[in-house]
Design a protein around this ligand. Structure first.
Ligand SMILES: NC(=O)C1=CN([C@@H]2O[C@H](COP(=O)(O)OP(=O)(O)OC[C@H]3O[C@@H](n4cnc5c(N)ncnc54)[C@H](O)[C@@H]3O)[C@@H](O)[C@H]2O)C=CC1
Ligand SMILES: O=C(O)C(=O)Cc1ccc(O)cc1
Length: 740
């Protein structure tokens, strides 16, 4: 019978007996009872716990280990200390029938399975062990809490012969009290828990005992600060329970204790020798690992739901842009700089770096693989590079969450390491084919396996690398950087053929870190030589630069100077195109590094209508929404060809912008894949960017000279990507007002 089809009059899980009505048994009973899911019977060797159990509403009835009582149970839960379970099973054996699910909550699993095998001579199919990963340092039925298991994990450790129907019931039971259920094999469970739970309890008990019995114990406890209290809370746990755990999980505890003892000895040596660098390395890695772990835990306990508060941004018309600004480095450049610095030999200082949003994901991934990364200031990092092959195997899969940028940088780097590693992502990025990237990894000679072809999650296995020869079929800057990183692992020289964009930040960055990248618009040759740690100041965000230039062009009276521009050839070409249609823009000249670096200046100018060829539409695909706004304010009819041949995400964005223009009273239409926009003054009003930051900036630009205020909704992503929006616009004297 399925547990969901409960007959009328019977509770969902029927009769449940808890043997050992202490803190955990009591909490489980209370959770089921409060939810009306079962009739609860308690058994305990202490009568007082049962009486308290009934009077505080934790259970319905005293139970008994008699045939009459046991045979009517649907579920029996063993919740005594682990070493008492064998004698309980012994008492139960003659009373049991195979329809009853027997499970336990013990902190060790191997010993419970062995106990059952000793009692029954085999592992009964209806005994399926379990373990909630929730608890406290308290004990006894009065400490029970019906919410204890909510949003915590419950591990089940089925054996090959376990009854599938009863296993399903066990899952449902834990799920019903709010736990997330995971399945694990017994041996793995005991090793993992030995490290994550048993060792910390051992250390806490030993520390308190060592200090309590030392010479200065009075003062040590008198002057103990919060750290001591935090570290030793679990030394108040029940001694019987923990003695049983260490007797029951001897081998796994010894192995994690040995590993820890070695690391403690290293730390002792570091202190003895005054080796601050080693200490610093351990402390930074540990801090970042713990911060990361706490963030994950917080996400889990919040049910994985980040609270998203809708944000709108309004641009107030009749403003001007006046003044000088420096912009923060863009996020994609920030990801790249961290990656290259981590793979360099030696220390790099990166300034003007954007450390917000998903840049943290790339940073964390390298920290998880042993790179020490210090946050010197809000926009400055010091990266202690470990060399191209110096990363250490992470203890868990690398998770890129929702960041494609992190994924494209990390995958080729991981494929070049000598260890096996898995890489995963949040649901939105999982199961999305990324054939270009996976094929790049295979071209480097890497082995990558995934359940769904060319999708995450995936596992990389070390293989001997081959010389990379890669032809880019798109102008994607992300893939270009991925290919350059892949080239770092070729035995000799790599060749990368390009399609489009002559100069990008990718090769400029690599050259800055002393890699001799040779190449031109056709393609590149990269040597297999080390990267050298270097200091760098990242130039200002190009997309924000172009947006500000457009605003200055549209707003009469504007005079804008952006001091720290660093334009690649596409950004330079786009600003030159704006010049060609009438914009008054002064551009910096080419620096030695090949970028156009220095000041960009702009002031008001009247724009002429223009035509974009198919090729130009593709080249400017990232900035097409801004060009559509330019067309809306230009005199005459502009034509943008080849919109229907763009990759779908760019086409969608242009079409969304065309809709917004229509809504603002600007005439535009599609004619054979060509977008035609007739310049006129937009009306103003409320628009929605559907969470797209690039679209949001363009929609705000529509409001530059509109008749009424333009308010753009759904701007959370925009503020995440351009978190200086308010401060920069305020500094330049025009107002973007953020409302939550
Ligand atoms: N305390 C915690 O945070 C967690 C404990 N566990 C596991 O849960 C089990 C119970 O732990 P707690 O509830 O914390 O302990 P507890 O001390 O609060 O409860 C244990 C109960 O078992 C009873 N008991 C002992 N021997 C018995 C026997 N032979 N027959 C009948 N009753 C007997 C005791 O009288 C007591 O009421 C242990 O196996 C422990 O490893 C699992 C997860 C968390
Ligand atoms: O009190 C705490 O922080 C714990 O660690 C609780 C705990 C104790 C034992 C377990 O098997 C599982 C969880």
């Amino acid at each position: 019978m399925s547990d969901d089809l409960t007959p009328p009059g019977k509770k969902k899980f029927g009769n449940v007996m808890i043997i050992g009505l202490g803190m955990i048994g009591g909490s489980f009973a209370k959770a089921l009872k409060e939810r009306g899911l079962a009739t609860l019977y308690g058994v305990d060797r202490r009568e007082s716990e049962l009486t308290l159990g009934v009077s505080t509403g934790v259970i319905d009835f005293h139970g008994e280990l008699t045939f009459d009582c046991v045979s009517k149970m649907d579920v029996i839960v063993l919740a005594t200390p682990v070493r008492a379970m064998e004698s309980v099973l012994h008492d139960l054996k003659p009373l049991l029938s195979s329809h009853t699910l027997i499970t336990d909550v013990g902190s060790t699993k191997g010993s419970v399975v062995t106990a059952a095998q000793r009692v029954f001579g085999y592992m009964p199919t209806h005994f399926i062990p379990g373990h909630p990963i929730a608890g406290a340092e308290k004990s006894g039925v009065l400490a029970s809490n019906s919410k204890l298991f909510e949003k915590h994990m419950a591990i089940v450790t089925p054996l090959p012969d376990s009854s599938p129907v009863l296993l399903d019931r066990l899952h449902r039971l834990w799920h019903a009290v709010g736990a997330d259920v995971v399945s694990m094999d017994v041996e793995h469970h005991d090793h993992v828990l030995a490290s994550s739970s048993h060792l910390p309890h051992l250390l806490a008990y030993t520390l308190v005992d060592a200090l309590a019995n030392g010479d200065r114990s009075q003062d040590i406890f008198r002057f103990a600060a919060g750290g001591f209290r935090d570290f030793t809370r679990i030394a108040s746990s029940d001694p019987v329970m923990w003695r049983d755990v260490f007797l029951a999980n001897k081998e796994a505890t010894l192995s994690t204790l040995d590993h820890f003892t070695e690391r403690l000895a290293d730390m002792r040596t570091a202190i003895e020798q005054g080796d601050g660098a080693s200490m610093f390395g351990v402390f930074t890695r540990a801090k970042s690992a713990r911060d990361h772990f706490l963030r994950l835990l917080e996400q889990r306990t919040k049910g994985g739901q980040k609270e998203v508060r809708p944000v709108s941004v309004s641009v107030l018309p009749a403003s001007v842009i006046k003044g000088e600004v420096s912009l923060l480095g863009d996020k994609s450049l920030s990801h790249k700089a961290i990656t290259i610095a981590a793979l360099s030999d030696g220390v790099s200082e990166i300034r003007n770096i954007d450390l917000t949003g998903d840049v943290r994901i790339t940073t964390q991934a390298f920290r998880d693989m042993g790179v020490v990364i210090e946050e010197v200031a809000a926009d400055q990092l010091r990266v202690h590079g470990v060399g191209r092959r110096g990363l250490k195997a992470p203890i868990a899969p690398i998770n890129v969450h929702q960041s494609r940028e992190s994924l494209y940088l990390l995958l080729p780097v991981l494929a070049g390491q000598t260890f096996s590693v898995s890489i995963t992502a949040d649901d939105v990025l999982q199961q999305r084919p990324m054939s270009d990237l996976f094929s790049l990894v295979r071209k480097m000679g890497g082995e990558i396996v995934s359940e769904v072809e060319d999708c995450l999650p995936a596992t990389l296995r070390p293989k001997s690398p081959t010389n990379l020869s890669f032809e880019m079929r798109s102008g994607s800057e992300r893939l270009r950087m991925a290919a350059f990183l892949a080239a770092l692992y070729s035995p000799q020289v790599s060749k990368i053929k390009l399609d489009g964009q002559t100069l990008s930040h990718c090769e400029v960055l690599l050259r800055h870190f002393r890699l001799d990248v040779k190449g031109d618009s056709e393609g590149f040759e990269l040597p297999s030589s080390p990267l050298v740690g270097s200091d760098i100041i990242l130039s200002g965000d190009e997309h924000e630069t172009i947006w500000l230039v457009l605003l200055a062009t549209l707003l009469p009276g504007s005079e804008l100077v952006i001091c720290n521009a660093g334009l690649d050839s596409d950004a330079y070409a786009l600003l030159s195109f704006l010049q060609s249609i009438g914009a008054e823009v002064a551009l910096p000249s080419k620096s030695e590094r090949g970028l156009y670096e220095g000041n960009v200046q702009a002031c008001f100018a009247e724009l002429k209508a223009f035509s974009l060829t198919n090729e130009q539409s593709y080249q400017f695909r990232d900035e097409l929404p801004l060009l559509c706004v330019a067309a809306a304010y230009a005199k005459g009819e502009s034509r943008l060809q080849g919109i229907n041949t763009l990759p779908y995400q760019y086409e969608d964005r242009v079409l969304a912008l065309a809709d917004a223009l229509k809504q603002m009273g600007v005439a535009c239409r599609m004619e054979n894949g060509e977008l035609v926009i007739a310049g006129s003054v937009p009306v103003g009003g409320e628009l929605d960017c559907a969470g797209d930051d690039k679209l949001a900036l363009a929609l705000l630009a529509i409001g530059a000279r509109s008749q009424q205020v333009v308010k753009v909704n759904d701007c959370q992503k925009l503020l995440e990507e351009f978190n200086e929006l308010e401060s920069v616009t305020r500094q330049l004297g025009f107002h973007c007002q953020v409302t939550k």
